[in-house]
Design a protein around this ligand. Structure first.
Ligand code: PSV
Ligand code: MN
Length: 399
């Protein structure tokens, strides 16, 4: 790599932060089963400790996304949570209300025809917004499992109106520093229609909700072969890209490690962001988040691997020479323009990553350092008696 290239990467990585999900550290699985891990986090304190280890190894993950129902005990003092996070070297990031798990949501939350259920859902989001204020988190991330399973089951337009009404009500409760991120997903668990099925639906509802409501792109939430970087470029240009949930997929919302199937796609997404930033002279405010929970990989290792991949692909994308690219594009020099991207993608950015890590006093090889640290074995040991008490043992069942 040239000196200029290394400088470009260092500059890019200095402003690259990626939030990790608390739910990525707990025992999770598919709907067919969970494979328990001795070191998996049991409670929020464990999750924050694991997140702290990821941040110590990678230097890019100071914030942890939390899922209100899974992470906050009834009556939990938010200040205590802030203190606990700080103790582990991290802070609380986006707040994720849970509008899909309770029995009352069988026919939806914000889209439910029953006004009483919509009130229940709204109360939960209001509570989540307050929690965000209390822990000084400025992001509230909404994902809805809402939809129908059969044609004719409910009015698609009626549900849209209920959604818009509820979102506006939520928006009014936000503090000025808070932003609402609205996620979409084409299907699952609803199998006929999903109320917020694609970026266009999230865009329309966000736009009608207010200037601090933006679209959240979960890379696993698209149909096969959809051009995600085009969605990203479009949303960026409209000032409507709020953030990402990163993961990779082969079939549907598989929660695979970012870049494990198609690293070039993640690169192309990052390229659109660098390209936009170069034209603007500054990086847009985007919440980069990971949304992966691993069934067979050790959780902390998987997260460190993911963040390292994200750093690498972000760094590669930063190498594209935008002035040259624009010139080639203006002249329709297709092959050379494509080669510019390909060359950046295939550049070995290890020297730049090592320099960045050295400068920030971080391990040169985050994964190797984590393995050497013995963190996993120590966590398994420390958590074993609690696991026994709760009946969470390998071979047992844990709902
Ligand atoms: C839904 O599939 C989703 O992507 C949402 O972001 C949820 O909050 C998360 O996964 C739960 O795992
Ligand atoms: Mn997601």
């Amino acid at each position: 790599m040239t000196k200029t290239e290394i400088t470009k990467v260092l500059r890019a990585l200095n402003q690259f932060e990626i939030e990790i999900p608390s739910w990525g550290f707990a025992d999770t699985g598919t709907r067919f089963g969970k494979f328990l891990q001795d070191a998996a986090a049991i409670d929020l304190d464990d999750k924050l400790a694991d997140a702290g280890q990821v941040h110590r190894m990678t230097g890019s993950c100071p914030a942890v996304a939390v899922h209100v129902l899974w992470d906050f005990a009834e009556g939990e003092d938010p200040k205590q949570v802030v203190r606990r996070a700080r103790k582990h070297g991290v802070r609380i990031g986006s707040i994720n209300p849970n509008l899909f798990q309770d029995q009352c949501y069988k026919y939806g939350s914000f889209g439910n025809p029953d006004p009483a259920i919509r009130e229940t859902a709204l109360d939960h989001v209001y509570h989540s917004i307050d929690l965000g204020k209390a822990v000084k988190s400025d992001l509230v991330t909404l994902w809805f499992a809402d939809g129908t399973n059969y044609p004719g089951q409910d009015s698609i337009r009626g549900r849209k109106h209920r959604f818009q009404d509820c979102l506006k009500k939520c928006y009014r409760k936000l503090a000025p520093a808070q932003t609402l991120l609205i996620e979409y997903k084409p299907f699952e668990p609803a199998f006929y229609h999903t109320d917020l099925a694609d970026w266009g639906m999230s865009y329309v509802l966000s736009k009608n909700t207010g200037p601090r409501a933006k679209v959240l792109v979960d890379t696993g939430h698209h149909y096969q072969s959809q051009n995600i970087e085009q969605i990203v470029a479009f949303l960026l240009d409209e000032g409507m890209l709020g953030g990402f949930h990163f993961n990779d997929r082969r079939y549907a919302d598989d929660d695979l490690t970012l870049g494990s199937i198609d690293p070039y796609q993640a690169f192309r997404i990052f390229h659109e962001i660098h390209f936009y930033a170069a034209e603007r002279g500054e990086y847009p405010k985007i919440a980069y988040m990971i949304d992966q929970s691993h069934n067979i990989k050790p959780k902390v290792e998987a997260m460190i691997q993911t963040v390292s991949v994200a750093q690498e692909l972000y760094a590669k994308a930063a190498l594209v020479n935008h002035k040259s690219l624009l010139r080639l594009q203006e002249k329709n020099r297709v092959v050379e323009a494509e080669e510019l991207l390909r060359r950046a993608f295939f550049t070995d950015v290890t020297p730049a990553l090592e320099t960045w890590r050295k400068r920030h006093k971080l391990p040169i090889d985050p994964l190797a350092e984590h393995r050497k640290s013995g963190y996993e074995a120590a966590a398994a040991k420390a958590r074993s008696s609690r696991r026994k008490e709760l009946g969470i043992v390998a071979g047992g069942s844990y709902a």
